[in-house]
Design a protein around this ligand. Structure first.
Ligand code: NAG
Ligand code: NAG
Ligand code: NAG
Ligand code: NAG
Ligand code: NAG
Length: 759
């Protein structure tokens, strides 16, 4: 799917079917001399062999001229450049001297990277937009379009973006303005805008893109995530005009992702593109919705990796399933098919949407999102535009308002060959200026975009997010893996305690009650977040142990130390600012965790959480140790929460080691404790040591969810050198009704900022 002309790519496809008949001519190599570009370099797709593509690469802020690529065809490079050797030219920005009723300084004929311009209105006119703009390396001006207007009409003066000219100077209801871009520039956005009743313009402000103009990952991340967020968040977002809640409870979200795998996207790019899809759906999984997915990979033909109908039938409803299916699909699976049939990809999506429409009563409550990744040259199958129109009509025949509300069509144009104007015709254009079409130079930049979006999601207060997910290259740092980890040092009248806590809301830290003594005062509790960049200490307002925590409660029955309800909360003087390296862990039986588990409103019960999270006799869980010896390898320790017979065995071990009878053991280890430790098959649980107290025992289920608090163990093997397989550890059970009551009283207190919503 090179930029070969329409007919020639067709010819290539035909040829490839018969290519086994011919041996490649031995002399088809192209020369390796006279290929250099002044100020840049080049890369080759197949060395000097026939069909190889040579691509010129310039440093940031420069672009190759007069050609950006050449192709080796029967021993010669085309196009020929003997009269105009290629050079890297400085990127220029579109002409800003289109401001009406104002002055642009300085006046240049051409504006290049780093040139600064300032804008001023004539008297009697009011200024809007950016008074200073700098020409950026991606060929766009910083800031927003400057406008000088009198604001006397129904709609505000829509201005004229740089590089454009505008017809239409009256801005009352139903008046039109029409835009064109200067020669050589492509118009992205709305060519025609109409002044609406509500005092705003239809469509999206146009932008004039040169061949070398790109969006920056930062720009795309901001625009794409704010747009997507409206779709994937259940909560109402206040303010912003034109934004609406498109997904109410009970509504459904169908997401179609189509990925171009034609030849110009080589194997490396293809694998990157798969990573991009993985990142995207992982990111969406952070939100409270559980979308249905269809994932399509296309070249000459279309392959459905996941179909929305299967998805709804329950074949592959888990994130991991999709990721596995994606991993399994290899570059070569698409065969020797070199064409790019974008139309066919949209046809496949249309077929799925039509099928859903016939079969689903809830169709009219379904939000549809289409995300297309392509390098943008449709060289076979014809123009996709009519199919895109048919998709709109299928969503809601004849009612533009409805399809605009229920359909979001995004496109990412990737690479230097993107046909911007064409792709722009396939995306949604909404009056609120939301952007649906993005132009990026390569798949790396798309990846960067999504990374930035992942950071951006920190503004959403979601619990249990961490970055150690799947194989997304961020593994190295513990910092982002345990962002809720809090180190607690308490100075008592005699001695000191070291404990661990977990941030459960921006204002509260959950830990063990036994870390404290009655004479402790808030000033003597020293907190730090070892993984946060901002290491300022967190100031304690107060601490609250569970009211029923009393180590001497069962002295009368021969239990000298008793640790039931070993739970305490520390309230901070000020809420922490949530960031990627400092954020909360989820706790069960809250609406927040219901979202994390991707459970529906019907399943929002504590019992359901227990069923999902404690779903076997051996539940894989983790805790964190800060013990310097043990944490050398990794601070993350592996245990299994033991239930049923496995739990009975725990209690028997307690009888043995503590030399107590069955009754006493049962009295000591009530249902309010979780048990870990001991062998199972060929694996021995890690064990807790002094200093691990108060830390969370957590499971990984989409996000990190805390189920217990480390309380006590049969033997501190770090101290005694005892056998790890022999000891057992006990954790305060967060599902315990009385623990829940305690947590709810403080963490659910609506008058303290960011309370949790308990079920
Ligand atoms: C623009 O300015 C930056 C910062 O001063 C500089 O690093 C860069 O090289 C400049 N770009 C061009 C194309 O001159
Ligand atoms: C889903 O299940 C159906 C019926 O069992 C099967 O035909 C189809 O291939 C499955 N799809 C996937 C993606 O596993
Ligand atoms: C959806 O369709 C049902 C049945 O056809 C109809 O009763 C309902 O009003 C529709 N809802 C919307 C929001 O159009
Ligand atoms: C812990 O294990 C060590 C070594 O086996 C042993 O000497 C000690 O008595 C044990 N402690 C308890 C409380 O059982
Ligand atoms: C909730 O917080 C407010 C403000 O700190 C406090 O006055 C009130 O006592 C709290 N309620 C409970 C049940 O702790």
């Amino acid at each position: 799917m090179q930029s070969v002309l329409f007919w020639s790519s067709y010819f290539l496809v035909i040829l490839s079917q018969f290519s086994f008949l011919y041996a490649a001519p031995a002399d088809s190599q192209c020369p390796n001399s006279n290929l250099d570009i002044t100020g840049g370099r080049y890369i080759l797709s197949k060395l000097y062999n026939d069909g190889s593509i040579l691509r010129y690469i310039c440093p940031e802020g420069f672009y190759p001229h007069p050609v950006k690529k050449r192709e080796c065809d029967r021993g010669q490079w085309f196009p020929k450049v003997s009269t105009r050797p290629p050079v890297c030219k400085k990127v220029t920005c579109p002409n800003p001297n289109v401001l009406e009723n104002g002055v642009v300084q300085p006046f240049n004929k051409v504006y290049s990277v780093n040139d600064t311009t300032t804008y001023r209105c004539h008297s009697d006119y009011t200024f809007r937009g950016s008074p200073t703009r700098v020409c950026q390396a991606n060929g766009k001006w910083s800031g927003g379009t400057p406008i000088c207007s009198r604001n006397t009409d129904h709609c505000p003066d829509p201005g004229t973006p740089p590089g454009a000219s505008r017809q239409g100077h009256i801005f009352n209801i139903d008046d039109k303005v029409t835009y064109t871009c200067d020669k050589g520039l492509k118009l992205i956005g709305s060519k025609v805008r109409v002044c609406q009743d509500g005092g705003y313009w239809s469509g999206k402000e146009p932008e004039c893109y040169a061949d070398f103009t790109y969006d920056t990952p930062g720009e795309v991340a901001e625009a794409f995530s704010s747009s997507l967020k409206t779709t994937v968040t259940l909560h109402e977002e206040s303010g912003q005009a034109g934004k609406k809640i498109r997904l109410d409870q009970g509504g459904r979200l169908d997401i179609y992702i189509a990925l171009d795998a034609s030849d110009s996207i080589d194997e490396k790019d293809f694998n990157k593109a798969k990573e991009v899809i993985k990142k995207l759906i992982t990111k969406i999984s952070y939100y409270e919705v559980s979308p249905n997915y269809e994932i399509i990979i296309f070249a000459t033909d279309v392959t459905k990796i996941v179909s929305i109908t299967d998805y709804k039938r329950g074949n592959a409803t888990k994130l991991v399933d999709i990721l596995t299916l994606l991993d399994r699909y290899k570059y070569d699976d698409k065969g020797q098919k070199t064409g790019t049939n974008i139309r066919k990809a949209y046809e496949a999506i249309l077929a799925s949407i039509s099928f859903e429409k016939e079969n689903k009563a809830a169709f009219n409550k379904t939000q549809h999102v289409i995300i297309m990744f392509t390098d943008g040259i449709a060289n076979m199958g014809g123009n996709p535009k009519p199919v895109v129109e048919e998709i709109k009509q299928t969503i809601y025949r004849g009612d533009q308002k409805k399809w605009e509300e229920y359909l979001d069509m995004y496109a990412f144009g990737v690479g230097s060959d993107v046909e911007k104007e064409k792709i722009d015709e396939w995306v949604t254009k909404r009056e609120n200026g939301e952007k649906f079409f993005f132009v990026l130079p390569d798949m790396n930049k798309v990846g960067e975009t999504l990374d930035e979006m992942i950071d951006e999601s920190t503004s959403v207060s979601l619990c249990g997010l961490y970055k150690d997910y799947y194989d997304l290259e961020i593994k190295s740092s513990m910092r982002l893996t345990y962002p809720w980890l809090i180190q607690i040092k308490i100075t008592h009248d005699n001695g000191q305690s070291n404990c661990i806590g977990s941030l459960v809301t921006p204002r509260f830290i959950l830990t063990a009650a036994h870390c404290f003594r009655f004479d402790d005062s808030p000033e003597r509790i020293l907190l730090s977040a070892p993984n946060a960049k901002d290491t300022r200490s967190l100031e304690v307002e107060r601490f609250e142990p569970h009211p029923e925590y009393n180590t001497r409660k069962k002295e009368a029955v021969g239990i000298s130390e008793y640790y039931e309800y070993d739970v305490a909360l520390i309230q901070l003087k000020k809420s922490v600012k949530v960031s990627p390296d400092l954020r909360t862990i989820c706790i069960p039986c809250t609406m927040e965790t219901n979202g994390a588990l991707q459970l529906s409103a019907n399943d929002a019960t504590c019992e359901k959480h227990k069923e999902v999270l404690l779903n076997s006799d051996l539940v894989k869980a983790n805790f964190i140790t800060l013990n310097s010896e043990k944490s050398k390898k990794t601070p993350k320790q592996n245990v299994q929460i033991r239930q049923g017979q496995q739990r009975d065995e725990c209690i028997q071990q307690a009888e043995k080691i503590l030399n107590i009878n069955k009754e006493t053991a049962k009295d000591m280890i009530t249902e309010n404790f979780l048990c870990t430790g001991g062998p199972s098959k060929n694996y021995i649980d890690d064990v807790t040591c002094k200093g691990d107290s108060g830390g969370p025992t957590f499971v990984e289920k989409n996000r990190l969810i805390q189920l217990g608090i480390i309380s006590w163990g049969l033997n501190d093997t770090c101290l005694t050198g005892g056998e790890p397989a022999e000891t057992r550890d006990f954790h305060t059970n967060l599902f315990s009704p009385k623990v829940q009551d305690f947590l709810k009283k403080y963490l659910g207190n609506e008058t303290i900022d960011t309370p949790l919503h308990f079920l």
